[in-house]
Design a protein around this ligand. Structure first.
Ligand code: ZN
Length: 915
């Protein structure tokens, strides 16, 4: 040991805190969450906020199947930001999480993953298995969501298979029935002639079959001045038996079309890019393009059916492609999903001249009547040839849907289905959309366009796992649907759940003594269809919210942008239908989570990021911080590299917190706080900067701009640690514990710590909670029990901020000069420097107006200010010279002073230790 040096380390008030430098979040977070559970933190927050205005974010229910992924995790975290913020900002914001538990994916999971054979299981037993499966999935996801640090009513969530939910859903349906919004109509579904029934998607399998592939021309009737009246529309199909049901030709609105002639001098219309290919297929010698069109120009042109005396329109649809065929799609709304949907927009009938056994009906005409569809094909081809409309017929082999039971081909056939009418509600919905506040602002246009385009909503499904449509049929086969009966069924569901529909007879489900003249023998049949799952989740404002005593409408719906088509849409329709106004006042949508290169995440590409894994390694707070850092209203990117970048800024925040906490070890806010009026100007500046941060953060949270919170906090942390926390060490470590200057700085540090932790609680609650626990004499049991509110206003705020913002510019110049001097080996450490400033008048005035120990703030040993002369470093009104400071280094504070005492102490340290 160097005998000339005295060791004064033990006399310094060095930072002291148990807050570890390394977060080790993967392990520590579960402990913090256990602490929250022990505290019953969520309940305590609710209790604290009793009597405050409610802020209701209504949770869109995720589907209960499989582990959560990057997107579902982001969704829940974004919602938790809002909930936590509102609970700290003067509201009571309960969080009732929900799950969507009915539907096909669960039926599929049972047959695929659990090898449940639906054919051999009774429907009630099958539904029981579905319910058990859904419950397990809810448990898995609940555990995963909780691990993200999301607080809410986890032990009492809403699930769509809950009895009360089902009863409320049935009642909502009853209200729509009463308003005349529910009707039965035709819609094409997979139909198996061999088993004479409709099939669900899950009951379809694909096999190769041989089919005729035919090219047909249809003559234009009215070209609307666009097409010549002798033009022929060219279409292609592999199901000639659907030609009798042709009601339209569909063009793609943005596809380029051509009118062209060939060897035979006829004028055909087809997609321009397919003309060359058609020339080869149809064996033409040459083709000549006469005119070109954009698809949208062709809308409304009419043509004549080649086999019937029927004139039909050319319509537009986005499903049209130029991959094969002619780019003009033969459209039979009774025989295809796309055809039906586009047909609805144009009010075309779901015309279906095919019976349940797959035979052509008499509407198809004498020539085809009674023929099975496959046998009808050659007959239609022959008829088209005779009519001069057939250009070519060949056989092709392609993949075609089959009945999974009978292994026979299926057809698309229009069958009776239940619909909710949108037309009646459309204007009300569009008006309601205008009153909603949208984030991002284009949301209203997006949803309006979808509603405008929307035909009737087919709400029936031919499946087992869902809420039954509470309709009965008379002996004559007519449906009975009325409010009294539905209310009766709802009462039963409320007690027994919707399984009752399958365990009880029609008679038992109908009100006692119910009679109907169409059923003279008192025999009724139950509907076997269930409701579309979008009707389930779309009823959640009743099934979950109103049912649990929440107000209608909710303040906020916050989901992925795919929900404009889904939940935002269905909820709005049912909400307008029953309550006459939107179920949400504000709507926020977020984008998808893509990989680091902007590609869709998929298991097959191997580019997924598993949030559960991130939680256990880097920590939920890192994932949450990443969520806060991105512009979530667009699609966002996530990769290990991006998470590493976020970890880096987390590390800065954590280190700053450690320093802040370390310097509060002997500070008690209730006893040691120095009032604002007694602080030095530079302290006030930091208080005001911190309050400025608070104001900006509150505004950002209010507007759901979490990336701004992230940016503001990062900037603040850098500003604070590079400036105030840097020079204040000379006071915090060196002065006596009770020294006023030290207490002033600790007052500022406490304010910064407390503000920062409260600001960060919605985003990184684990870290904020962990750090808050280590504030000596903390106020509350957890930081989440504190509030975020507008800071106090001070009369000298503007003056101080203006003055010290200018000072910060001056400081930059001095720091640059010091750096240069270090690089040029003029000095070693900045601390050992003597700095001479030559300010211009403006800077001189600034220096004169400041009450501040500039030598200490610049962290140098000596500072001189001269009115004459010029330094070696010159910049905009301030010139600086840097020299090594002459003298002796104090063994304790390392400042260079003219002389030290016999113990190697400077006069200041001498006083601190010996007085
Ligand atoms: Zn000293």
């Amino acid at each position: 040991m160097d005998n000339n040096k005295n060791n004064y380390k033990d006399t310094l008030l060095m930072p002291n805190t148990d807050f570890p430098m390394r977060g080790n979040l993967g392990q520590r977070e579960p402990e913090i969450q256990a602490k929250w559970d022990d505290l019953d933190l969520y309940r305590k927050v609710m209790k604290k906020n009793e009597g405050r205005p409610l802020y209701v974010l209504h949770d869109g229910p995720p589907y209960a199947n499989g582990s959560i992924h990057a997107g579902t995790a982001m969704n829940k975290i974004l919602k938790d930001f809002v909930i936590r913020y509102r609970n700290m900002a003067g509201y009571k914001a309960p969080y009732l999480p929900g799950w969507d538990t009915h539907g096909l994916p669960i039926e599929n999971a049972l047959s695929k993953d659990r090898k449940v054979d639906r054919k051999s299981v009774e429907v009630v037993a099958f539904r029981k298995l579905c319910a058990e499966y859904a419950k397990e999935q809810v448990d898995i996801q609940r555990r995963q969501f909780k691990r993200l640090g999301v607080l809410g009513e986890w032990e009492n969530p809403y699930v769509t298979m809950d009895k009360r939910f089902e009863a409320a859903q049935i009642r909502l349906f009853g209200q729509m029935v009463e308003k005349g919004l529910i009707y039965k109509g035709l819609k094409p579904v997979y139909w198996s002639p061999s088993s004479e029934s409709a099939l669900a998607e899950a009951e379809i399998e694909y096999h190769d079959v041989k089919s005729p592939s035919i090219y047909v021309s249809m003559p234009v009737v009215d070209g609307k001045g666009i097409l010549p009246d002798d033009a022929l529309m060219l279409v292609w199909t592999t199901t000639p038996w659907t030609i009798p049901a042709n009601l339209a030709i569909c063009a793609g609105p943005d596809i380029e079309y051509a009118l062209f002639t060939t060897d035979n001098k006829k004028k055909y219309v087809a997609a321009k890019n397919l003309v060359e290919q058609l020339k080869g297929i149809l064996g033409w010698e040459k083709t000549e393009i006469l005119h070109e069109y954009i698809g949208s120009e062709l809308e409304g042109i009419t043509y004549k059916h080649p086999l019937y005396d029927r004139v039909s329109p050319v319509i537009l649809g986005d499903h049209v492609t130029i991959e094969d065929g002619t780019g003009l799609v033969h459209t039979a709304p009774g025989h295809g999903e796309d055809d039906f949907l586009v047909g609805q927009k144009y009010n075309l009938e779901a015309y279906c001249p095919v019976d349940s056994l797959g035979r052509m009906t008499k509407e198809a005409g004498k020539r085809f009547e009674g023929l099975f569809v496959d046998d009808c094909n050659p007959e239609v081809i022959k008829a088209l040839d005779e009519a001069g409309s057939l250009l070519k017929s060949v056989e092709i082999i392609h993949s075609y849907p089959h009945d999974w039971r009978t292994k026979k081909p299926v057809i698309f056939r229009a069958t009776p289905q239940w619909f909710a009418s949108i037309d009646i509600l459309k204007q009300d919905i569009l008006d309601a959309i205008k009153k909603i506040k949208w984030y991002p602002s284009w949301g209203d246009v997006r949803l309006s366009n979808m509603i405008k385009d929307r035909g009737s909503w087919c709400i029936s499904r031919q499946r087992a796992w869902g809420v039954p449509i509470p309709a009965f049929y008379t002996e004559k086969g007519n449906p009975i649907l009325n409010k009294t009966i539905i209310e009766h069924v709802a009462t039963i569901f409320e007690k027994e759940g919707s399984d009752a529909w399958f365990t009880m007879s029609a008679k038992e489900l109908l009100p006692e003594g119910y009679v109907n003249e169409e059923s003279p023998n008192g025999i009724f049949r139950k509907e076997t269809d269930i409701m579309d799952v979008w009707f389930d989740s779309g009823s959640s404002h009743h099934g979950a919210m109103i049912e649990r005593g929440f107000p209608y409408p909710a303040d906020l719906y916050f989901e992925g942008s795919d929900q404009y088509r889904g939940w935002f849409n269905s909820s709005l329709i049912t909400g307008i239908a029953t309550e006459g106004k939107s179920p949400y006042k504000n709507l926020v949508s977020h984008g998808f989570v893509l990989d680091g290169e902007g590609r869709k995440m998929s298991k097959s590409l191997g580019n997924t990021v598993d949030p559960n894994k991130i939680c256990n390694t880097m920590g939920a707070d890192i994932y949450r911080l990443w969520v806060s850092s991105v512009d979530y209203q667009a699609d966002v990117r996530l990769s290990d590299d991006l998470l590493k970048q976020v970890s880096e800024s987390y590390r800065k925040i954590r280190n700053t917190l450690k320093f802040l906490l370390g310097n509060l070890f002997d500070y008690d806010e209730t006893k040691n706080k120095v009032p604002y009026g007694q602080l030095e100007e530079i302290d006030k500046y930091i208080i005001l900067k911190t309050d400025g941060l608070m104001k900006e953060v509150l505004a950002s949270y209010d507007d759901f701009r979490f990336d701004d919170v992230y940016r503001l906090v990062n900037n603040y942390v850098v500003f604070l640690s590079a400036f105030y926390l840097d020079f204040s060490k000379d006071v915090l470590y060196i002065e006596k514990a009770d020294d006023l200057r030290r207490r002033q700085i600790q007052t500022v540090i406490y304010h910064a710590t407390d503000s920062l932790l409260r600001i960060m609680t919605p985003i990184i609650p684990h870290t904020a909670s962990e750090a808050y626990d280590l504030i000596p004499h903390r106020e509350k049991e957890d930081v989440y029990l504190t509030d975020l509110s507008m800071p106090e206003e001070y009369p000298d705020a503007v003056e101080i901020i203006d003055k010290y913002d200018r000072f910060m510019e001056m400081r930059e110049i001095v720091l640059k000069a010091l750096e240069l001097a270090r690089n040029n080996k003029v000095i070693g450490k900045s601390m050992a420097a003597r700095v001479v400033l030559y300010p211009n008048e403006e800077y001189q005035n600034l220096i004169d107006s400041m009450q501040c120990n500039l030598q200490q703030v610049f962290i140098v040993s000596k500072l001189e200010i001269k009115s004459e002369g010029k330094g070696s470093y010159d910049e905009n009104g301030l010139s600086v010279d840097v020299f090594p400071c002459e003298g002796v280094v104090c063994d304790r504070c390392w400042m260079t002073v003219p002389d030290t005492d016999e113990n190697g102490l400077c006069p200041r340290c001498h006083d601190v230790l010996l007085k």
